[in-house]
Design a protein around this ligand. Sequence first.
Ligand code: SF4
Length: 355
Amino acid sequence: MSDIEHIKEKVLSNQRLNPDDALVLFDQAELLQLADLAGQRRRDLHPEPVVTFVSDRNINYTNVCVSGCKFCAFFRPPGHKDGYVIETSDLDKKIEETIALGGTQILLQGGMHPELDLNYYINLLQYIKSRFKIHIHGFSPTEIAYLADLSSLSINKILEKLIEAGLDSIPGGGAEILVDEIRHKISPNKCSAEKWLEVMKTAHHLGLKTTATMMFGHVEGKKHIIEHLLKLRKLQDETAGFTAFIPWSFQPDNTKIDVRPATAVEYLRVLAISRLVLDNIENLQVSWVTQGDKIAQLGLAFGANDFGSTMIEENVVAAAGVKFRLPKSEIIRLIENAGYTARQRDCFYNVITAS
Ligand code: SF4
């Protein structure tokens, strides 16, 4: 039996893939073979032909950041004329609009701002919660690790304070590739892979659910992608705290990394490999923001079961020149045209309305 046939048997009998299996698939499997296997895994996890989406808005409370990641077109260094910290009136307006459009959550993310202390974050969360009934999915592990350093407090203490103030869940941003050799090349000032995982582990132990992401298609190799997935799988075995995984490809415009963008085929291969390796993370999301609507539809045949967010507002990828926009009605149309039933969900992947 060839390696691929052997791996296929393992997938069909729901056995866990090892790192060698994943590399063989990555190197040798035909594209449609990957779709077939990832589709099978998806059907095992989600027998109903339903694709979910969430209605939310990204709110970037600041674009000031000392990290200077080479792939980031969004941040401004401290003192830059275009740097901002969000005004309360803007925040109110954005959340009011989100709620009016049927949004159920906000994704609150910023940068590593050296002058925003723990009190700023506590006040921000308490302010939002005192005025709005909305889920706050906020602050990537990178921001939390930076705040812990700035405050000379433990990650556990920072998270306890943020949860007490109203933080409901954590997005998986800042993961990029969870291999320090790669992180040093693209974001040398960001927290280490170990620290990123520590923040997630601590959050899971405190009862917070989180997502996990991966930004690929820059200076990494296949083995780094596999290592990233295996680190997530290991932590998920321990905590079961990740609700979903979202891989997306690096968008090079306006950044300091000069590579050709990942192709649609490369994206679909990574999506399928992710579905096959991450057997313990229930949901896999397509990234229409970076891939566009057609490839996102195709992604549903490569193991994904979630269409992500309506993203009433998105600034980070837009800063790299990628500006796909999809209203809720269009997301539903795309899901249904791809042959699935569309369902709006909350942050925990519970279906909240029949659409
Ligand atoms: S990716 Fe995040 S941490 Fe890196 S420079 Fe941009 S805002 Fe800062």
